[in-house]
Design a protein around this ligand. Sequence first.
Ligand SMILES: [Cu+2]
Length: 305
Amino acid sequence: MFSSASNFVHGVDKAFLIIGGFSIFFLVSFTIIMIYFVVKYNRKKHPKATQVKDNTWLEVTWTTLPVLLVIFMFYIGWEGFLPMRQVPKDAMEVDAIGKMWSWVFEYPGQKQADTLVVPIDKAVKVNLISRDVIHGFFVPAFRIKEDVVPGQTNFSWFIPGELGEFDLFCSAYCGVNHSYMSAIVKVVPQKEFDKWYAALPVKKKEDDNLGLKVIDKNGCTACHSLDGKSSVGPTFKGLYGSQREVTENGKTKTLTADSKYITNSIYDPNKDVVSGFPQGVMKSYKGIIKEEDIKLVEEYLKSLK
Ligand SMILES: [Cu+2]
């Protein structure tokens, strides 16, 4: 509890202990007083109720004391929170991009990684970006948790103080595979970080692919994987140019997955149904995806060898 995996551990734990301590103190003492009063003012001992008139001192005390206590607890929380919003100027910046259901970390120079590797004792500012829904950037060991909201850039920052690997979770329920949306924060010595960073490959071109954007925007990946795994529908990997066995009105035939085939599959998906997959699951995207966007999708599919 008193480790310092980050510079925020002390402030957050202090607030937690003080507020938790007060809560337990009052829970226990009020319960004891209550039980004591139940016994002491029992009806059997005092069969006749008496009216008690006001007591100024008592009333002033029970108003002032809680107010001071609450202000004190607010102050402790504020003191722990404020530094979290004040990033040192020399902090290294990393973009943490959350999307259903994974994290990607983008370092300066368009380099991407799926583990957040950081040098020890150096301030790191994490820009929080969401590609789809609200996610939560949560590193329990560092005592930081921040919403990742689409359409706005939020941030978090920390100075790691301990070498090792720490869990990073998504703290907002963001869909079916929310629980898989975790990553690792790896704190390493500066030298090791420099070596790791130098070896990190520059971001792949596909990430800026316009065809992939169309696919993302229309939610095709809910049913089609890009990596070869079979899902609700066939995978997109290796599709373009391959031979497809399809069924039309009970008759099986083989078609080449060319430009025409892709367009038909998107505009009229339930005509030639791919063998082994259900009919009627994919809806037609006629009037939803423009023809020039289908061309972009095709270009992207060609690159998915
Ligand atoms: Cu999430």
